[in-house]
Design a protein around this ligand. Structure first.
Ligand SMILES: [Zn+2]
Length: 180
């Protein structure tokens, strides 16, 4: 059975839920159905089309629902969009390294706010200096993300049915908005 895309009342994708969970939300009248699959679920008396995209009737505060994203090498790369934050170019994962913006020797910590993706060359050039001392300008001030493009990107690539597509593209708009 296919999975179901749950949107917030403002159309922002929230998460992917099972079709059983989707039906529960429908019967509780918490959501409206925006898209349906061709597949049906039959009960003793009737048949229901399986929803493909559902939207909450009441807006849920995203701040409360925001997931805590694990600090990891892979997630830093995703946050920084595989771009070296010093030369601003894109690299393959194997060509990237993690760099302490404030060097370890000066007490720089391994946190979302102090670690960025850097290519090998820039990392070596920067060495134990601050970005300014090395003549670099950070592409973005590093912050702890509440949302990563890869979260929806992964869905889009691997398992998103075509019927979700118009709703997932909105997520990127929202992401731009969150970054603004
Ligand atoms: Zn670089």
């Amino acid at each position: 059975m296919p999975t179901v895309l749950l949107l917030n009342a403002g159309f922002e994708p929230l998460r992917v839920v099972s079709w059983q969970r989707a039906f529960t939300l429908v019967f509780q009248q918490k959501v409206e159905i925006l898209e349906e699959y061709h597949e049906c679920v039959a009960t003793v008396s009737t048949r229901f089309k399986v929803p493909a995209v559902i939207k909450l009737r009441r807006w849920v505060n995203l701040k409360r629902k925001m997931p805590v994203i694990r600090f990891s090498r892979a997630n830093i790369y995703v946050r920084d969009e595989y771009r070296c934050q010093y030369c601003h170019k894109r690299f393959a994962e194997r060509e990237l390294t993690l760099d302490h913006v404030k060097p370890v020797v000066r007490g720089g910590k391994k946190t979302w706010e102090n670690i960025v993706a850097a290519c090998v060359r820039c990392n070596q050039k920067k060495s134990d200096r601050s970005p300014e001392e090395a003549g670099f300008r950070l592409l973005r001030i590093p912050v702890a993300p509440h949302w990563l493009p890869g979260m929806m990107g992964a869905i889009r690539m691997k398992m998103a049915p075509p019927v979700w597509a118009p709703y997932l593209s909105r997520e990127e708009e929202n992401f731009e908005y969150l970054n603004a």
